[in-house]
Design a protein around this ligand. Sequence first.
Ligand code: GLA
Length: 449
Amino acid sequence: MKRGGRFINLFTGLTLAGMVFAMAGCGAGGETQHDSAQTAETADTETAETAEETDAAQEQKTATAQEPQEWEWDAQDEETLRYAFAKAFGGRAGVCVPMAALSDTDRMAIVKDQFNSVTMENEMKPDTLLGNKPVIGEDGFPVLSFTVPDMMLKEIKAYNDTAGRDGRKIMVRGHVLVWHSQTPEWFFHEEYNVDKPYVDKQTMLARMENYIKQVMEHYESEDSEYRGMIYAWDVVNEAVNDTDGGMRTDSSWFRVFYSFDYVEWAFVYANQYAPAHIKLFYNDYNDINPKKADGICKLIEQIKSNPEARIDGMGMQGHYDMNFSDVLFKQSARKYAAVVDEIQITELDLKASTGFDGTDMEEEYQKQADVYKSLYDAVKSLKQEGVPITAIVFWGTDDRHSWLQSANAAGGSADGTRVQCPLLFDKDYQKKPAFWAFVDDSKLEPAAE
Ligand code: GLA
């Protein structure tokens, strides 16, 4: 499954980029030592291997080859987000889905009727795959358990088999490989024991590599029934701080590395083990804050300076509020577009207005639709400029199940009294004005002056 060129698996203490350059040079010299017969034989084998690889790549591509602009549609697709997005900016319509939704037929009906991209809310995160207690394999690495995410993937696969057209098939955004949160603390400690010290960098890199390898082997090896379902991975989530765009320090990844090198390595390993058609993303929130956007772009440049790494996209999480600024949004998106090939809005929702107490729901819905419309107009005008936004993913189907409800109840927001209504479907799964802001804005009340 190697895609990004030869990879060096030793930690020598050199800076990462320097080390990779140095080793790549050695490799090139070594190849000139073949005699001519060997060279011919090698060339033949390589041609056969390349042909095989091309076939495999082709086979992989069949699941993903068609671009939204080329999809065919029929009456069943009218008034759906997936159709609206494909037409408006050539991107996917995504939603996050938790395990609990599987037993809720009405909620799953929204997912299948409206969307063609799904992100698992928690089920592909390190704490689900690693579990509470380490199960260590003979090779000394934690053995991952895919039981939970695979239940969801099975359901999506069964739906895809009957979905008919490509535009209706649901592809998966893998979320997330490397993150300071929702990763068991034991993963970072000697003997996987929180009472012991943090491991050294080399040990941590080996753990990271093994983790990413297991994930990719499970989903992308030739005998995986899920092969080809995942079209993007958030390789690293939230490594940059909110104050000056430097390193986030409240993180065990930071406490082991004290540098952004772990981010760079994550993109090296993801490149090594993921097939080429899977897009590799850096993902973060507060993504329209100019300082943070600059910090993220700097980090992306660092990743890109390593020839063994690959980064394709920036995930703007998009947890915004009613003070959303389309001007800042456009500014930041343009910055990201200068350093990566594509941008996705990966976790979109809107916190309710400050002080909103739930009395006038209709008014709040209308305000919210106006904010969503300004964001959508910005996406469409960026697209005209050539800024490639390839998906908008909402962080939930409906208001009842939004994470903001519990974040709010737990005092997670500055204004703990707010009633939250962040999504496109209300608590009874009915379409809100916000839905029409994306699908047919002629159905909206005119925006208040
Ligand atoms: C972050 C993460 C998501 C999710 C949200 C809150 O944005 O990337 O996985 O945990 O917070 O629900």
